[in-house]
Design a protein around this ligand. Structure first.
Ligand SMILES: Cc1cc2nc3c(=O)[nH]c(=O)nc-3n(C[C@H](O)[C@H](O)[C@H](O)COP(=O)(O)OP(=O)(O)OC[C@H]3O[C@@H](n4cnc5c(N)ncnc54)[C@H](O)[C@@H]3O)c2cc1C
Length: 272
């Protein structure tokens, strides 16, 4: 039995908790697991291709461009679909992500405080970053980045901020309840696979449910957890207690790189 604010009590065979990186269900199932700040933030922005200077489009087109910054960190740029998932020339968006080390405390709080004075937990969305911070990041760009990236950052109307968090759970299945996607693991974005990983979790679970139709849900979830490409699922396959150590970033990248084919399918479906 699960109780929801909007639809009251619901009785079901399975409870799939996919409520994101700040999952309330994870907090209840494993109160000790907390998102942990990784020590750096991502300044991000998107620029409509039609509003970008043509030289900038030519420079960044057909590649994922990466640039080290003068005082540490790096920035990268690649194209993403535009409005309505458009991928035609002229209708795409330039997407950039600039990783910057920021100490936890007042410095981080300043970045996470929006233009109304509200302090956010993990990101400040486009349009809500105070004008003085936007001016600061544009000015910093001039001293830190390759001239093309300076142009890109300065031409982007509403840069926004996301902090980089780590979340790792020691297990994903709890009897007839399971955690999926960011509720279970938040991958650092460098593997470029966070959404694909969440989709892969759902796909593995759906396949396990289809294969086990008619069996007991508790067994199905255990089976799904064993099939999941999670670093924590492997010991379960060998019938041992689930590991309690944290997978390294390298292990995460290796695990999810093996999902490349799946990722391409999700991406191609998503962008048509
Ligand atoms: C600013 C930002 C930028 C990102 N950029 C990228 C990117 O470029 N590429 C990439 O691959 N990934 C990116 N990610 C990560 C990506 O968004 C996640 O990995 C992905 O959305 C995880 O999917 P999910 O379904 O597990 O969780 P979510 O997409 O977070 O979905 C969780 C859902 O649960 C709902 N929910 C939460 N609590 C409750 C509750 N108590 N009851 C009912 N519903 C609830 C939420 O409203 C939400 O709809 C980004 C994340 C952020 C924050």
């Amino acid at each position: 039995m699960a109780r929801f604010a909007e639809c009251g009590e619901v009785e079901a065979d399975l409870l799939v908790c996919a409520d994101g990186s700040h999952s309330e269900t994870r907090r209840r199932l494993m109160p000790d697991v907390e998102p942990r700040y990784a020590g750096y933030v991502a300044w991000r922005g998107t620029l409509e291709e039609e509003h970008a200077p043509p030289g900038l489009v030519r420079f960044f087109d057909q590649s994922l461009t990466f640039c080290e910054t003068r005082s540490g960190g790096h920035i990268l740029c690649y194209f993403i679909p535009g409005h309505g998932a458009a991928t035609e020339l002229g209708r795409r968006r330039l997407n950039w992500v600039w990783y910057v080390n920021v100490l936890e405390g007042p410095e981080l709080d300043r970045l996470l405080t929006d233009r109304t004075g509200e302090l956010h937990g993990a990101s400040v969305p486009p349009g809500m970053v105070p004008a003085d911070l936007t001016a600061e990041v544009r000015a910093d760009a001039a001293g830190e980045l390759h001239p093309r990236f300076v142009e890109l950052v300065q031409a982007t109307p509403d840069p926004f901020i996301q902090i980089i968090l780590d979340v790792v759970v020691p297990r994903m299945a709890f009897g007839r309840t399971c955690l999926l996607g960011d509720a279970a693991f938040v991958l650092r974005p460098h593997a470029a696979a966070a959404t694909a990983k969440a989709a892969a979790d759902a796909t593995y679970l759906a396949a396990a449910l289809a294969a086990d139709r008619g069996r007991r849900p508790r067994e199905t979830l255990g089976r799904a957890a064993r099939r999941l490409p999670s670093p924590h699922a492997r010991p379960a396959r060998r019938g041992r207690a689930l590991r309690r150590d944290r997978p390294t970033a390298a292990a995460q990248v290796k695990t999810y790189r093996s999902l490349d084919a799946d990722c391409r399918t999700y991406r191609d479906t998503a962008i048509g």
